[in-house]
Design a protein around this ligand. Structure first.
Ligand SMILES: [Zn+2]
Length: 461
């Protein structure tokens, strides 16, 4: 062979290697990668608030190195510049890991302890990374009809692996996770497996470790999670197609040992890991029934920060809130609340300070009538609440709006001031902003509430 024919042979070989790997194409998505990042960042802030994170630097660095190596092996065309990766270990026993849109990834200690070796951890992380790269969270949201603000913020979609998912779903309110999220996850699961296998191979890991890890998850985590099983592909099938893909891939040079065993023994220095269920039962950081709490209601609430941050409610709204307020999402609304202002208090879920932005099904296309119906419902469900003054016309997001000032009994004792701002959305739903604060603190919150209300931008038309 001349050098030229040899070169051609090499090129041809390289071409077949590439052609043999399954091409994975991101599903339709009406969001931008920047929105993925924004959504993921807000959800990650909630996760960091709720979950027992591991702060040990050796474990953190290990996970970061492993994550970075996988990101480097990701196909460039899927690796959007805006993505903001992080890899955070969590001190939970459940064999679980999940990634949020735009890059934040959380890996349970239980997952690392269940793995036979680094390749299996890399496998799960590569699968999670594939969900991020393919933007499955917002692709899921794209398929939804209407506005699902909180649900989108909570779309840690398809991203959860392992036996813990049932528990996470039962905490639906916490992340605004709905079953809609799982409906299409089969296709996406297969996509994430295939792309994950390709990334693994490029990073120097045997993709068959991924299939093996799924078998472990199935064995150890399957029992309590029928929902997980029903919405994920048959594991036998899964092992088959992952191994078939693996056979087509060339595995890059194996990375040098980066301390898997040391990290495992390092776990012994940590407080024992609990399961998600144990964490919830003991009140942990999330309250009963999975109600999220932001601090502890009844304790001192810090004043609104002078700095503001811009928040995004799915594709529907943008607003500015004091930088020390945290998002709490549900399907149709997002609350932004200071520390100690939201959670269970004397047997009731209570919001004492903060704002809620949301969508309500309107009873009428007429703003006055729709507002009236909303306020009536609100009065019915809040004993002692009444109009504080005349309703006023005004503007919200450059639209005709109504402001309804209310006064009621604060759960903390004393009176609280509630203002509801309403305007119509293009689809006939009602958009509202609700502000709440104990009456005697209104002076400290007036400016912050005004800024929130004035900063609202709607993008429904
Ligand atoms: Zn998955």
């Amino acid at each position: 062979m001349t050098w030229l024919t040899r070169l051609i042979a090499i090129i041809a070989l390289a071409a077949t290697t590439v052609a043999a790997q399954t091409k994975v194409t991101p599903p339709k998505n009406k969001y931008t990668p920047e929105q993925d990042v924004q959504i993921g960042r807000e959800a990650a802030a909630e996760v960091r608030e709720q979950y027992p994170l591991i702060n040990d630097s050796q474990i953190r660095n290990y996970l970061e190195r492993l994550g970075d190596r996988l990101v480097e092996a990701a196909p460039a065309e899927l690796n959007h510049r805006a993505f903001d990766y992080s890899f955070t270990p969590v001190n939970l026993k459940d064999i679980n890991a999940f990634a949020l849109p735009g890059g934040p990834m959380f890996v349970n200690r239980g997952m690392i302890e269940a793995a036979r070796g680094e390749g299996e951890v890399a496998g799960v992380m590569a699968h999670e990374l594939a969900h991020v790269l393919l933007r499955h969270g917002t692709a899921n949201a794209t398929k939804q009809q209407g506005f699902q603000i909180g649900a989108i913020a909570g779309a840690i979609a398809g991203a959860v692996i392992g036996g813990g998912l049932g528990e996470i779903i039962s905490q639906g309110s916490q992340f605004g996770l709905g079953t809609w999220m799982l409906k299409y996850s089969r296709d996406y699961e297969k996509q994430a497996d295939l792309l994950g296998a390709q990334i693994m191979a490029r990073a120097g890991y045997d993709p068959r470790d991924l299939a093996h890890m799924f078998e472990t998850i199935q064995k150890q985590g399957g029992g309590g999670a029928p929902q997980w099983l029903s919405s994920h592909p048959n594991p036998g099938n899964r092992t088959q197609y992952i191994n078939a893909e693996a056979a087509q891939l060339r595995v890059g040079p194996r990375p040098s040992d980066s301390g898997f065993q040391q990290v495992r023994s390092r776990f012994n220095s940590l407080p024992p890991a609990r399961t998600m269920a144990e964490m919830e039962r003991s009140g942990g950081r999330s309250g009963e029934g999975g109600t999220v709490s932001v601090g502890r209601v009844g304790e001192a609430v810090p004043p609104p920060a002078r700095q503001y941050r811009t928040v995004q409610g799915g594709q529907l709204f943008q607003a500015q809130v004091p930088s020390n307020w945290q998002a709490v999402s549900s399907n149709n609304s997002v609350k932004y609340v200071p520390q100690n202002a939201y959670g269970e208090y004397r047997g009731q879920v209570t919001l004492t300070h903060g704002v809620e932005l949301g969508v309500a099904r309107a009873s009428s296309r007429d703003l006055n009538q729709a507002t009236q119906a909303l306020v009536d419902g609100f009065l019915r469900s809040n004993e002692g609440m009444q109009l504080a003054a005349q309703q006023q016309g005004g503007r919200l997001a450059n639209r005709t709006a109504i402001r309804t000032p209310l006064i009621g009994n604060s759960a903390l004792g004393g009176r609280e001031r509630v203002d509801v701002y309403t305007t119509m959305l293009a689809n006939g739903d009602l958009f509202y902003v609700l502000t709440v604060v104990p009456e005697q603190e209104l002076g400290n919150y007036g400016a912050a509430f005004n800024r929130v209300v004035q900063s609202v931008r709607l993008s429904d038309r």
